[in-house]
Design a protein around this ligand. Structure first.
Ligand code: IMP
Ligand code: MG
Length: 174
């Protein structure tokens, strides 16, 4: 199936928003260290840009949970594909996601990570599609709320393609 990509959020808009979130996190965590946990693979571009904008000490780890195949609809099944390298006990954790759709991935990660006794845990997502929420999950930092469209770029893929686009685009199927 051929598809074209229409720009939804430009590179400049996304970068400006990430700078803003970075400033907010730096303020909220003043005098502390933050431990960023990236939800792979989609959250990786966002986390790297965000980490550069945070002025308090930052440490990083990565986790991969999967709820999607290569289709554009969630299967509803979430599983751990790659676990964290380090314990999070006593750390101030922020989970970094590319997008919250049904909310299943983040709420699963949140439940799992809370059991490991971090000092605190917050959620941060670049994009949010509130219309599609199935599980109620409280997100502390949101970049943009977007309409119910399938988007790519800035880490988000369609069948593993388009992650490297420096902007967020809507996939239009022909
Ligand atoms: P949720 O568990 O339904 O909230 O889905 C979250 C995950 O689904 C995200 O981390 C993405 O990997 C993927 N996803 C949801 N919507 C989109 C989209 O519009 N484009 C690309 N991936 C998406
Ligand atoms: Mg993701």
């Amino acid at each position: 199936m051929a598809e074209t990509i229409k720009v939804l959020l430009s590179e400049e808009e996304v970068d400006a928003k990430i700078k803003q979130i970075g400033e907010q996190i730096s303020k909220d965590y003043e005098g502390r260290q933050v431990h960023l946990i990236c939800a792979l693979k989609g959250g990786s571009f966002f986390m790297c840009e965000l980490a550069k904008r945070i002025t308090v000490p930052v440490s990083l780890d990565f986790m991969s949970v999967s709820s999607y195949g290569s289709q554009t609809k969630s299967s509803g099944v979430v599983r751990i594909v790659k676990d964290l390298d380090e314990p999070i006990m006593g750390k101030d954790v922020i989970v970094i996601e590319d997008i919250v759709d049904s909310g299943r991935t983040l709420s699963y990660m949140l439940d799992l990570l809370k059991e490991r006794k971090p000092a605190s845990i917050k959620l941060c997502t670049l994009l949010d599609k509130p219309d599609r929420r199935v599980v109620d999950v409280h997100v502390d930092y949101t970049g943009f709320q977007i309409p119910d469209e399938f988007v790519v770029g800035y880490g988000l893929d369609y069948a593993q393609k388009y992650r490297n686009l420096p902007y967020i685009g809507i996939v239009e199927f022909e």
